[in-house]
Design a protein around this ligand. Structure first.
Ligand code: URA
Length: 409
């Protein structure tokens, strides 16, 4: 077997066998296959696809690249949620604490940013001291005691997804449905969750741009879950506009805290919907009642307490969370109504500010980003502040930019 033949077979739209996929991916992980050949294979897969048996095979190869956790000693049901990635999407930081406050156990494996979408691991790493790769014992203990723990992929946990994810991020191979399905499900299965809710984002700021693609991904995620006896449900949610007012790592953590303090916003609504669905999946609670309980968990302050306990348990120090002190206020050039705020445009600007990576070696600047001061439908006057840019350096381009992603009519 050799890598070049495998690349050519996928370029010619042929289905790859389990052994071929294992050869290509495991040898990439052990350093025997270079980035450029794996990039070519990922691009061929992105363009020509994989069938379900290839996708199941790849999921299995990902899972077997590391250790797997069995959480059944903690509780019969352990939940997890996953978003396919969006802009201003820090739902995990709200959903995890709500679930813990509701008495559920959430063991969550998250990823970093992918393409222009933000990743939970990058967000929590903006909290000084936060450890994303606790030992297995610490992770179990935290789920048991606090009800919510977060882990990144590591050299022990789905290491293949870790390296492939990072390569996809910088090679334009993020939007492939089979690659997304195997990446997400391998993490969920390896970490041992029994009940999994996946929030598939659709729109300009998401990996998938159409409802049809999202529905295909949904079916694949559920089918992979079935193969591993895991209960998987999905929701489809809009990502044409950023989910919250903040885009950028530390800013998003702060915004999640605002929501846990009771601030109503689309982030609040989405987090409540996901937590309520998980409660219904595990306990059969009526959906309306589950929503009321999720809202109550926030309004009583219980979810905020769980968030603080979670951050402290993972070594984070919220008092040291910093956003940049260099702030540019972007003002409206005319009176009008906010017609739309395009998520892709916002994500591109956040990337330019340094909030996400463009190459494997890039460093993320955790303190930069965008804080939107308006929302769709707002009536504004000339010179009203539309958004604040948290920047590393004052730069002409940012001072004088014409930020057309906020459309005013
Ligand atoms: N989230 C993941 O974990 N993997 C993907 O490929 C996309 C979103």
């Amino acid at each position: 077997m050799n890598m070049l033949d495998i690349i050519i077979r996928k370029k010619n739209k042929e289905a790859l066998s389990y052994d071929e996929l294992k050869y290509a991916f495991n040898n990439y992980l052990s350093g025997k296959i270079p980035d450029y050949q794996m990039s070519a294979l990922l691009m061929a897969i992105t363009i020509n696809g994989m069938n379900m048996s290839e996708t199941l095979a790849l999921t299995n190869i990902f899972i077997r690249s590391g250790e797997t956790y069995d959480l059944s000693s903690i509780a019969p049901h352990v939940v997890d949620k996953h978003s396919t990635g969006g802009v201003g999407d820090s739902t995990t930081l709200v959903v995890g604490p709500i679930c813990a406050a509701l008495g559920l156990k959430m063991a969550k494996m998250s990823g970093r940013g992918l393409g222009l979408t933000g990743g939970t691991i990058d967000k929590v790493e903006s909290i000084p001291g936060f450890i994303v790769n606790e030992s297995k014992e610490e992770f179990f203990e935290q789920v048991r005691k606090n009800g919510f723990a977060l882990s990144s992929q590591s050299d022990n946990l789905v290491p293949l997804d870790k390296v492939i994810y990072a390569l996809r991020d910088v090679t334009g191979t993020t939007e492939s449905i089979p690659l997304i399905a195997s990446s997400i499900m391998s993490k969920k299965i390896a970490l041992g969750a029994t009940d999994i809710l996946i929030d598939i984002k659709v729109g300009s700021g998401a990996l998938l741009h159409t409802k049809e693609e999202a529905e295909i991904l949904s079916k694949w995620l559920i089918d992979i879950g079935d193969a591993y006896h895991r209960k998987v449900e999905t929701i489809l949610s809009d990502m044409n506009e950023p989910l919250s007012f903040a885009i950028g790592n530390a800013l998003e953590v702060k915004e999640a805290i605002n929501v846990l303090n009771g601030k109503r916003s689309p982030l609040f609504d989405t987090a409540v919907e996901i937590a309520a669905r998980l409660l219904t999946m595990v306990e059969g609670t009526d959906e309306k009642k589950a929503q009321e309980l999720a809202i109550q968990a926030i309004d009583s302050g219980a979810a905020l307490t769980c968030f603080n306990d979670f951050v402290t348990a993972q070594g984070g120090d919220l008092s040291k969370l910093k956003v940049s002190d260099k702030v540019i206020k972007v003002k409206a050039k005319k009176d009008g109504i906010i017609e739309s705020i395009d998520a892709l445009g916002a994500a591109k600007l956040a990337a330019k500010l340094g909030a996400t990576k463009k190459t494997l070696d890039d460093k993320i600047d955790y303190g930069v980003g965008i804080l939107l001061k308006v929302k769709k439908g707002d009536h504004i006057k000339k010179n009203d502040v539309l958004m604040e840019l948290y920047v590393k350096n004052y730069n002409e381009e940012f001072h004088n930019g014409d930020f057309a992603f906020i459309e005013i009519v």
